[in-house]
Ligand binder design. Structure first.
Ligand code: F6R
Length: 608
């Protein structure tokens, strides 16, 4: 979603801002712009479309100046046009603002401003906020921003500059992430650490309701009532190489290939082989507390929700605790039955997904303990939950989630293992699961070695207009995830179903043109899924099956098979998802799609 970057320092701001925006391109956007202050008014350059359109404009007309703000916009209020692109100016043309989020009472404020003679050039809620700040401005930008923020409702991350104060950037957050980068004689503000990582790894995470004032000689955090707040400076662990493509054609491919390492990092330090359990101290829950929970609600969106569904199977099977998996967007507006014996687990790669954040707030409000399985360190969800495990999968830049998904499943397996060992799971079974977890990185390597086979499958099927994904038990969510991955990056219509459910409807779609991908390892429901394969075959469907290595039975029925190394039944999803990720990737490339930035999608969805 939208990206914010701001700079105050000795260097030319426009280059720093554009580079920062480039680093945030992966988040998804449809226009971009910058505002530079140089003692000569506010210079704004903006363009609809990709950042390259802005860069093209800047080629012959780069405003000089060492203070400025830059933005990539993902349209909410108003179409993705140049007039709607940020930054927006106030009525006087002295104040420029960039904004992530939605100002919910913009309509009412705009009406009042119109009545007072204001004229607007865009359809955005952001321009309304710019005008409001302009009305509050007398001679102090910081106070004008604080004053205006008292009047607005909704979510925002903003950064504001003013031609009258050429050494200042003021930024504020409420519901939309923002951090301060503390450099050597230079200061940054950004919605995403990747925008400033090139310059500094020291960051201050702002909390909701906080503002920051960046000056040439330092920064000061405040809120709407207190003008000085002490905030810790955190060090970002990852470096620039982790957010670059490193020889891969796309971030998505790089991230698929990183999975042996990312999974190793997720598991590192958590597995207690001797005791056959997992160490999950980050949850901030004692064993007594873990034993007390009699119900678990997992809440998440998209791919993370699919990981949650897999977690449901694993936790119920191992720990025998009832689990419900809820779309965060539904959970937050239902009237969920929760109490202090219910554990709410939020799963999120970005840690910023608005619906998931709202769901944990709702969970807390109703007295449940909340924990997060989150990848991005310092993200809002990570900071708001009562405890949690960081996935440690490393930055995920490709919009389609891949390595984070498998790390989420592994983290869920570890939580399940701990809770199960505190109940009835034997130490032997616990160790068996641990050995299977430990074997996964090498097994993924074996699958990745077969990437050319998947590419060949992609060549064969990439012109399909529909693809059906089927699985049973713990592999049913893998079918959902396989279908989501394909549709979001290749735009082929795909559906995931429990294999047996096919005969209740989707079977009508099957003919000689319909590829049907089965996730069919030799597990407890193997014979059942063989019957489902037969049903598809009988209707001339084209069967592609992911099977356990050495399985000859399905090979006789399927047009194509792909072998998966043998693992613990409950961990098959981690292995099976890898060839499905690769398949989506190669199909999308063959169809000429923008793999890392699929249309209309954003990496972290910070609006409802
Ligand atoms: C799909 C995908 C999305 C995200 C969803 C939740 O590939 O990436 O479906 O999984 O938007 O995002 P997080 O995990 O950041 O909360």
């Amino acid at each position: 979603m939208c990206g914010i970057v701001g700079y105050v320092g000795p260097k030319q701001a426009s280059n720093i801002l554009v580079d920062g925006l480039r680093r945030m391109e992966y988040r998804g956007y449809d226009s971009a712009g910058i505002a530079i202050i140089n003692g000569n008014g506010v210079k704004i350059r903006k363009a609809a479309g990709k950042l390259s359109a802005l860069v093209e404009k800047l080629k012959f007309d780069t405003p000089s100046g060492t203070v400025g703000v830059g933005h990539t916009r993902w349209a909410t209020h108003g179409a993705p046009t140049t007039p709607n692109a940020h930054p927006h100016l106030d009525q006087s043309g002295r104040i420029a603002i960039i904004h992530n989020g939605i100002i919910e009472n913009a309509g009412t404020i705009k009406k009042a401003l119109l009545a007072r003679g204001h004229c607007f050039k865009s359809e955005t809620d952001t321009e309304v906020l710019a005008h409001l700040i302009g009305e509050y401005y007398v001679d102090n930008l910081e106070e004008a921003v604080a004053g205006a923020l008292w009047d607005v409702e909704g979510a925002y991350g903003i950064a504001v500059v003013c031609s009258e104060e050429p050494n200042t950037v003021v930024a504020a957050r409420h519901g939309s992430p923002l951090l301060v980068g503390v450099g050597d004689g230079e200061y940054f503000v950004a919605s995403d650490a990747s925008a400033i990582l090139e310059h500094t790894r020291s960051v201050v995470y702002l909390d909701d309701g906080e503002m920051v004032v960046l000056k040439r000689d330092g920064y000061r955090v405040r809120n709407l009532t207190e003008t000085h707040l002490e905030k810790p400076v955190n060090q970002i662990e990852w470096d620039l190489a982790t957010i670059e493509r490193g020889g891969f054609a796309h971030f998505m491919l790089k991230e698929i290939f990183e999975q042996p390492e990312s999974l190793t990092n997720t598991l590192r330090g958590h597995l207690l082989e001797e005791e056959g359990t997992a160490r999950v101290r980050g949850l901030n829950l004692s064993d007594e507390e873990l034993k007390r929970f009699d119900r678990i609600v997992i809440t998440a969106c998209g791919t993370s929700w699919h990981a949650g569904l897999i977690g449901e199977y694993i936790i119920e099977e191992l720990a025998r605790i009832p689990v419900e998996v809820e779309y965060a967007s539904e959970f937050r507006y239902r009237n969920p039955v929760l109490d202090d014996r219910c554990l709410v687990i939020a799963i999120s790669q970005s840690g910023e997904t608005a619906d998931t954040l709202a769901a944990i707030r709702e969970g807390k409000r109703r007295g449940a303990r909340t924990v997060g399985l989150v990848n991005v360190v310092g993200s809002t969800i990570a900071r708001e939950v009562d405890g949690g495990l960081y996935l440690r999968a490393g930055p995920e830049i490709g919009v389609a989630s891949t390595k984070a998904f498998n790390s989420q499943v592994a983290a869920l397996a570890m939580v399940a293992l701990r809770m199960a060992r505190l109940r009835n799971l034997s130490v032997l079974h616990g160790r068996e699961l641990i050995h299977a977890l430990q074997a996964l990185p090498d097994q993924i390597r074996q699958i990745l070695d077969r990437a050319p086979d998947v590419e060949r499958l992609a060549q064969k099927y990439h012109q399909a207009s529909n693809i059906l994904y089927l699985g049973r038990g713990v592999n049913f969510p893998v079918a959902l995830e396989g279908a989501l991955k394909l549709k979001e990056i290749s735009y082929i219509h795909a559906e995931g179903y429990p294999a047996a459910e096919m005969k209740h409807g989707p079977i009508a779609l099957i003919d000689q043109n319909m590829p049907v991908i089965f996730v069919a390892p030799r597990d407890a429901v193997y014979s059942k899924i063989v019957s489902n394969v037969e049903e598809v075959k009988a209707r001339k469907g084209r069967v592609i099956a992911l099977v356990t290595e050495g399985d000859a039975e399905i090979a006789k029925l399927a047009e194509e098979t792909f072998p998966l190394p043998k693992t613990h039944d409950l961990l098959t999803p981690i292995l099976a998802s890898v060839p499905l990720q690769l398949l989506s990737y190669y199909v999308a490339v063959l169809r000429g799609c923008n793999v890392d930035q699929p249309r209309n999608l954003a990496k972290s969805v910070t609006v409802e």
